[in-house]
Every structure is written in structure tokens, then in C-alpha cells.
Design a protein around this ligand. Structure first.
Ligand code: ZN
Length: 410
């Protein structure tokens, strides 16, 4: 005889759901005639609807899903969402054949966004960022990672991170903030990248951390960014402060960034088009998530594909993110990224969904709290106007949430 289910703490039951729990064990963690019970902000029970006890506590709300798809809230684990200015002219330049490095060396690229972002007030930045974030919220995103990296000095980096935190409070979503001071060399340190790295380690990072603004530390390791030796100095400082690290690695060239990230037990290494076998093996050993950014790949019309099959063989968890930024991935949609990850990189629709739920949570160090529909996790749930989890990646713009619960609240 099965132990009776304790329903005493239940506050809401969603029943008759096509429940894609994204938990391990079966494709999509699917329970076709599923039910999920909440106790306040947390998930209390998950199972088949026929196992839901008939007698529920007084006041427990029953939500009839009518066999609609229910998934965890979507997680965008890599964005540069807080910026000012625009870079649309670069798009046209690039279409005419001008390269990323050429644009960067001519003072365009990241540094033009840095100038505009430095000039903007915290209030102006928040207004701009709220409008962008609202696009993600409307398509079922309940957690967003936001990086700094357009300030490149202490005051402006902290300003961006404060805006990111304020945005999370305003929209009632989870925001994870990542310090990306090592994004580019600011004009006042032109030609002196090592001195700028000193400034990152001695001033910017400690100040941002002291204000409680840093959930993780990121850097840009590439031939147009920083060398792996420079990145390592940032990682050493981050570890000293007890902070997790991530890395923009192997986007345009192979600097062995992923292996470096793995040595520092990085939560994730992101981009990875030029990742090699050694890098994949290192990531597998450290359980570092591979965050793929198909939007940047598409926008820059890249042709070198990330080594998807090697990642699969070595069981490296794969996440997908928007990389939302004004210059190389101005796509304010995570659902679009799911589709691009399938069409451009050959991911399955299941890999695409896990990439914006379970594996994205892991990439943010949140795997115990978010990313799947399992007892004990935060009840961030989306009820879709769809019947099957494959639909989310198989289209773009046709499927919208019918309802979103954030920490159990509608
Ligand atoms: Zn990025």
C-alpha cells in the first residue's frame, strides 16, 4: 500500500497538464496526464493526475490545464541587456564585408556602446532595459542573467549591475548579475590591457562585490578580447572573493579558454564555435555547462559550428541563451534562440528545451532551485497554448504563455 500523499500544505494544484518537467529520466521529463501541486512559492508534489487525492485542503486553488503544455519558467542564462545607444550601422557595414575586428579597431563595436552607456543615467538605463526584458517576460522567461561590461570603470560597471538588480525587482523575475568588466579594454587604458586587468582585480571587482552586486564573474577570452593569462588573473581574484566564474570562450579563435574555465570550475563556457576536443573533455570533467549562442552565430553569419556531437558524446550539459546585445545578437527572444539552436546547430527540440530550463539553471548555479518541475524547487511555471514540448522550438512567434506562475503566484 502506497503512503498517502500529504496534501496539508498544498495551496494550488494544476491538473490535466501535458507536463514537461525537464527532470532527468525520460524525454522532456514528460508526464502526459500530469499534475503539479504547489505549497506557496514551492513545488510540493508532481505526478499523474489520477494520483491527486480527491480531498484537498480548504482554499487550495485547482487550475484546470485542459491538457495544455506546462513547463518550468524559461531561463535566459547569458544576456548583455543593460546598454544605451544603437549599433545598427555596424549591421550594414558587416553586410558589406567589414569584420568584427576591423569594426572594433576603428572604435566601433563594444566601445561605442560603452560611450553611450557611460553617458546614460541609471534611470535612463533602467527604462531601456525594462522594455527589453519585458519582451522576454512575455514569452515565458522567469529568470534572466545580465552582464555588465559596457561601463569598464568602477562607477559605470556598478551602475549597470544596480540597474540589473532593480529590473529584477520591478518585473518580479529572478535576475542573476555577472560582472564582465574584462569585456574590452576601455579607451583610457588603450594599449595597456594588463594595467586595465589590474584595475579590474584591484578596484572594480572588489567594489562590485562589496556592494553585493556580483553573482558571478565573466571575461571575454579571444583575439579581440583578453588573453587566457589575463583572464586567469581575473579568475584568481574572483576565487579569492568566493565568486563563481564563467567565460566567453572560443568564439572567433581557440585560446584554450574553455580548458582554463574548467580549471577554475566555471559554471559555464559560452559561445564555443572553435572549441576543440581537449576543451570538451576539460568541460566534461568539471561539469561546466556549454552555453551556445546561436543568435550571435546567425547575426555575424558565422560558418564554424560548435562541436555539438563531441559535447553530446562527453555528456557536457548544453544550454542556449540569447546573448542579447546591441552589436552581435540584437534578438530579444529566447524562443527564437531555441529554434535557431535546432536549425543552425542541429540540436533536438528536447535539447533546446533543456537548454533554456535545466541546463540554463545549472549555468547560473541555480540547479537546486530552478530549471525543472520537481518537489522542493521554486514554482516558476508556464502554461502554454501548445500541446507538446517540441512545439516550443519548432516555431517562432506562434506560441505564447497562457499563464505564468512566478514563485507560485499568478
Ligand atoms: Zn556575450
Amino acid at each position: 500500500v502506497a503512503t498517502p500523499i500529504d496534501t496539508s500544505t498544498w495551496t494550488r494544484v494544476i491538473r490535466n497538464a501535458m507536463l514537461a518537467t525537464c527532470a532527468e529520466g525520460r524525454p522532456f521529463g514528460l508526464i502526459p496526464k500530469g499534475a503539479v501541486a504547489l505549497a506557496g512559492p514551492r513545488i510540493a508534489w508532481v505526478g499523474s493526475k489520477r494520483d491527486v487525492p480527491a480531498a484537498l485542503p480548504k482554499g487550495c486553488v485547482v487550475t484546470e490545464a485542459n491538457y495544455a503544455l506546462v513547463t518550468p519558467g524559461l531561463i535566459d542564462c547569458h544576456t548583455h541587456l543593460v546598454w544605451a545607444g544603437t549599433r545598427f550601422k555596424e549591421f550594414q557595414q558587416r553586410l558589406q564585408g567589414t569584420g568584427y575586428e576591423e569594426i572594433a579597431k576603428a572604435g566601433g563595436g563594444i566601445l561605442s556602446t560603452v560611450a553611450a552607456t557611460r553617458a546614460a543615467s541609471e534611470t535612463e538605463l533602467l527604462t531601456l532595459a525594462l522594455a527589453r526584458a519585458a519582451k522576454f517576460v512575455a514569452e515565458g522567461v522567469t529568470t534572466i542573467e545580465i552582464k555588465s561590461g559596457y561601463g569598464l570603470d568602477k562607477d559605470n560597471e556598478l551602475k549597470i549591475l544596480r540597474v540589473a538588480r532593480a529590473l529584477g525587482k520591478r518585473l518580479g523575475i529572478h535576475v542573476r548579475t555577472t560582472l564582465l568588466a574584462a569585456h574590452a579594454v576601455p579607451p583610457e587604458f588603450a594599449g595597456r590591457p594588463d594595467e586595465y586587468i589590474n584595475n579590474v582585480c584591484d578596484e572594480i571587482l572588489p567594489a562590485a562585490h562589496a556592494e553585493g552586486l556580483v553573482d558571478a564573474v565573466d571575461a571575454y577570452c579571444d583575439n579581440v578580447g583578453f588573453t587566457s593569462a589575463q583572464v586567469e588573473r581575473v579568475f584568481v581574484k574572483a576565487k579569492e572573493l568566493g565568486l563563481a566564474v564563467k567565460l566567453h570562450a572560443e568564439q572567433f579563435s581557440n585560446q584554450q579558454g574553455a580548458a582554463l574555465a574548467a580549471r577554475y570550475k566555471a559554471l559555464s563556457a559560452d559561445h564555443l564555435e572553435h572549441l576543440d576536443k581537449e576543451g570538451v573533455e576539460a568541460m566534461a570533467a568539471s561539469r561546466t555547462v556549454a552555453v551556445l549562442l546561436p543568435g550571435a552565430f546567425a547575426y555575424l553569419r558565422e560558418t564554424k559550428l560548435p562541436p555539438i556531437e563531441l559535447l553530446r558524446v562527453h555528456r557536457v550539459p548544453i544550454a542556449i541563451a540569447s546573448d542579447l546585445n546591441p552589436g552581435t545578437s540584437p534578438y530579444a527572444s529566447l524562443q527564437l534562440q531555441m529554434n535557431l539552436a535546432c536549425t543552425l546547430f542541429g540540436l533536438s527540440t528536447e535539447e533546446a528545451l533543456l537548454g533554456v530550463t535545466r541546463n540554463a539553471a545549472r549555468a547560473l548555479g541555480l540547479r537546486k532551485a530552478l530549471g525543472t518541475i520537481e518537489p522542493g524547487k521554486i514554482a516558476d511555471l508556464v502554461i502554454w497554448n501548445a500541446e507538446h514540448p517540441s512545439e516550443l522550438a519548432a516555431q517562432f512567434g506562434l506560441i505564447r504563455p497562457a499563464a505564468v506562475l512566478r514563485a507560485g503566484a499568478a
